[in-house]
Design a binder for this molecule. Sequence first.
Ligand code: CAA
Ligand code: NAD
Length: 305
Amino acid sequence: MTNLVPTISRVSIVGAGLMGAGIAQSIAAAPALIERGVRVTLVDVTQDRLNNGKSIIAKSLARVAKKQFKDDQPKQTEYIDKIVGSISFSFDAHAAAADSDLVVEAIVENLDAKQKLFRDLDTRAPKATIFASNTSSLPISEIAKSTLSRRDRFAGLHFFNPVPQMKLVEIVRTQELSDPVFLALKQFVENMQKVPVSCKDTPGFIVNRLLVPYMLEAIRLVERGDATKEDVDIAMKLGAGYPMGPFELADYVGLDTTKFISDGWYKSGRGLQGKELVEPPASLKKLVEEGKFGRKNGGGFYDYK
Ligand code: CAA
Ligand code: NAD
């Protein structure tokens, strides 16, 4: 590895769900990246999932366009079409990785699935390609183990939901990540008009280490009958100044994702004091078993139909 900071001009995002779509959009819409000719490809496994990603992007861009171009409908449409049109949509993760300087993974929060994907892409991507995971809770070093000789080019790149609106990106440094690759990712994030922070590869990094136990404790508080979920949400918004209460936020993040995080930490106990803080609460388990994943499919703690 040289000390030159690698250039990132072709990016693939794997997983066109809530997060992958938001990441692709934020890259495609960033003026500094457009100026540098950065290209982005969004990958998923079925046409339905790609359509879902495209629709998330179009809806989000419509909000941005409405603010930017006020009542000028043709300008709004032109802006949305231009950005959506600049993103390539593909089922072929191999071809996308083979033509990328950076691959960002945003698939389901499952270690085996992420390792399988990266093991596969490692054989297809050029040697210099940087791999990054948007995992909320899994150890980056464990995911990176699935690659053969890419540990110095493997990082956590953790975005926040809704990606187009949230300014923060956590860049997670394993012990093996090289300085030039870290700098390349930092510059890339800054060119996305986001603010990078750096953190070690510990459970939940910075934000989720604090946020997830808080959401789970709110659920337990209601399960104990201490208050209603509505009152807890009002309390945290008006009493602590949070934009959403913990139940609204859990629905927003996705109850499936919240449970994946909670299950994983509870089972592994890795690096956590107080395992009971992250034990999946009964009502969260029940909702997920019923297929109620929150806002993304119309219902969770609240109804969104
Ligand atoms: N795309 C683009 N812009 C969006 C957007 C989207 N999907 N969603 C909201 N916005 C913009 C709106 O256009 C609006 O912009 P202006 O202020 O410039 O007008 C702004 O966000 C506020 O939106 P609204 O007025 O519609 O609604 P709101 O005030 O209730 O804000 C919210 C919505 C931004 C989602 C806000 O409620 C919020 O910040 N909630 C907390 C989100 C949060 O904590 N996210 C982190 C979750 S944890 C995580 O992501 C990590 C993990 O690993 C699980
Ligand atoms: P999601 O369920 O909305 O989307 C996941 C997408 O990945 C789906 O479209 C699915 O079809 C696709 N996928 C699954 N396996 C695939 C594969 N092998 N190849 C290509 N595509 C595949 O999930 P999400 O909420 O976008 O979360 C994605 C990742 O981002 C997770 O690791 C999650 O923990 C993390 N994350 C989530 C949030 C959040 O608030 N939801 C915030 C930050 C990070």
